[in-house]
Design a protein around this ligand. Structure first.
Ligand SMILES: O=P(O)(O)OC[C@H]1O[C@H](OP(=O)(O)OP(=O)(O)O)[C@H](O)[C@@H]1O
Ligand code: HPA
Ligand SMILES: [Mg+2]
Length: 174
């Protein structure tokens, strides 16, 4: 177990921001799949596999943008709150979708941090393409395509983990 606290900085991502960034990820992936170039069905990808749970919202947006209807999940658990444990697969995707090595499959996650989650999934499906919306330097090598890099000492807060709440004005009482 590695204690990940404290993080120096917080990067707060709204629903609107993750939607824009996941769309940007989809557009970058369009035509990059082994199944074809410009105009190919699904951007050349056979299927999208979301790493649950954080990868599900980005995977939904990517699969919608690229018109990919075959969508599955792999469940990898690696953190309890901000404390990291050894990642383990709790649920695997369908064998027919993945094929022998994952070729033509787009594996999507919200972020790569240490890279341990992707390292595990890569070992299982070495020819899949690994895409995340955000990446930290330590895990960057594990991801093929990402949109925004944040520093290692930043904790990314996603909208599904947050709620709107009142804040005192900058010029508050006393
Ligand atoms: O690169 P790593 O250091 O392995 O960290 C990245 C992973 O950690 C988080 O998932 P988590 O295991 O917390 O589960 P969740 O998606 O269900 O929140 C995040 O969604 C990534 O999947
Ligand atoms: O920065 C992060 N934010 C949310 N979940 C995470 N899981 C690993 N790193 C992070
Ligand atoms: Mg996750």
């Amino acid at each position: 177990m590695t204690d990940r606290l404290p993080h120096e900085k917080g990067f707060h991502v709204s629903w609107d921001q993750i939607h824009r960034d996941a769309r940007a990820l989809a557009w970058r992936l369009d035509g990059q799949g082994p199944g074809g170039s410009d105009g190919a069905a699904g951007g050349g990808w056979r299927a999208v596999v979301a790493i649950t749970r954080g990868g599900m919202a980005p995977a939904m947006i990517v699969s919608r943008e690229l018109d990919i209807r075959v969508v599955d999940t792999i469940s990898v658990k690696s953190y309890d709150h901000q404390t990291q444990a050894e990642p383990r697969v709790i649920k695997a995707p369908q064998a027919e979708i993945m094929g022998a090595d994952g070729e033509g499959v787009l594996v999507v996650d919200d972020l790569v941090d240490t890279g341990k989650t992707l390292e595990l999934v890569r070992r299982l499906y070495p020819k899949a393409h690994f895409a995340t919306v955000y990446a930290k330097p330590q895990g960057r090598e594990m991801v093929d395509t990402f949109i925004t890099e944040v520093s290692q000492d930043t904790w990314i807060f996603f909208p599904w983990d947050m709620a709107l709440q009142y804040v005192e004005p900058f010029r508050g009482k006393d």
